[in-house]
Design a protein around this ligand. Structure first.
Ligand SMILES: NC(=O)C1=CN([C@@H]2O[C@H](COP(=O)(O)OP(=O)(O)OC[C@H]3O[C@@H](n4cnc5c(N)ncnc54)[C@H](OP(=O)(O)O)[C@@H]3O)[C@@H](O)[C@H]2O)C=CC1
Ligand SMILES: O=C(O)C1=N[C@H](C(=O)O)C[C@H](O)C1
Length: 270
């Protein structure tokens, strides 16, 4: 099969640069276009140079329509409004759309699901790494085995100082896995903030705690705390390449799937 022609949306960002670098090094892919928003300081820069590899002859552009005409798929680690708007376009064109963007609202997620029904081949996940998706399976198993009441479940995450959404997409993904294991809906049972006189911990809830600072790529811990014992399941991301590798794998996988909305667990067969 011909190399998959990819548009990298948000090519000047932390993930965008990592994606350009890894896609340009893999024979399965061709970086067809690199897109940033109108007015971005990166417009006109060579995407390869920006990513710290050899020049690719692909200038960063703000012409998304033109970029999509030449593409088999888009990799999108940007912001919720950008991902929702793009999903309308990938649906119209039947393109692969890999969405790593986090911080989406319920309405955003509904619009993205609709785009999957309308023709896009979407893979969306709060974390594209193999390790976190395997961890989510383990968390689901542990929550199911321990039941809802004997062990309290808390999810702790730490990220770099630039991160704008909380809890992280990964923390929510792990929370959903825990809720699935317990047979409950996360939205009904999550405690996302504690402050002041909170009273004792409501039984059966799933708590979240958020830390921000420095250059931390992404740390997550799921703590199951019982009477007299505690189980901790952890993942430490050391390099953004783990997310980019997962996203590229998802793009290739989605190319041969019917339109729809898929998760990384679908991609990885977990
Ligand atoms: N699922 C996963 O595995 C991972 C998900 N993420 C998520 O990916 C997202 C991006 O993270 P990160 O790379 O660190 O963030 P950055 O802010 O470094 O990069 C985002 C890029 O997207 C650009 N952008 C925003 N809106 C548009 C638009 N409408 N059109 C084109 N470009 C746009 C931004 O431009 P500007 O600066 O001008 O706004 C910026 O260059 C976040 O939601 C993050 O949580 C991150 C890592 C892994
Ligand atoms: O913004 C980040 O950096 C990351 N975002 C994702 C998240 O919200 O979980 C994934 C990863 O942890 C890095």
């Amino acid at each position: 099969m011909d190399a998959m022609r990819l548009v990298i949306l948000g090519a000047g960002g932390r993930m965008g640069r990592t994606l350009v670098r890894l896609a340009s090094e893999a024979p399965e892919f061709a970086v067809a276009a690199a897109v940033e928003r109108p007015g971005s300081a990166h417009l006109g820069d060579d995407a390869g140079t920006l990513a710290g590899v050899a020049a690719l002859g692909v200038p960063v552009s703000d012409d998304l329509e033109a970029a999509l005409r030449e593409a088999d798929g888009v990799i999108d680690f940007t912001a919720p409004a950008a991902s929702v708007a793009l999903a309308l376009q990938t649906a119209r064109r039947g393109l692969v759309h890999v969405i790593g963007t986090t911080g989406c609202s319920a309405d955003d997620d509904a619009a993205i699901a609709a785009a999957g029904r309308d023709g896009a081949r979407i893979v969306k996940s709060g974390n594209m790494s193999l390790g976190v998706n395997l961890l989510s399976v383990l968390v689901e198993q542990a929550a199911r085995a321990l039941g809802p009441d004997a062990f309290d479940l808390e999810i702790l995450e730490m990220h770099h100082r630039h991160k704008v959404d909380a809890p992280s997409g990964t923390a929510l993904l792990l929370g959903h896995a825990a809720a699935a294991g317990r047979g409950i809906d996360l939205a009904d049972r999550s405690v996302r903030v504690r402050d002041g006189h909170t009273g004792p911990r409501p039984q059966g809830t799933i708590g979240f705690a958020t830390l921000r600072g420095g250059s931390v790529v992404g740390d997550h811990e799921v703590i199951l705390a019982g009477e007299g014992e505690r189980i901790t399941l952890k993942h430490h991301a050391e390099d953004r390449a783990i997310f980019a590798r997962g996203a590229l794998r998802a793009a290739l996988w989605a190319r041969s799937q019917p339109p729809g909305l898929y998760s990384m667990r679908d991609v990885l067969g977990l």
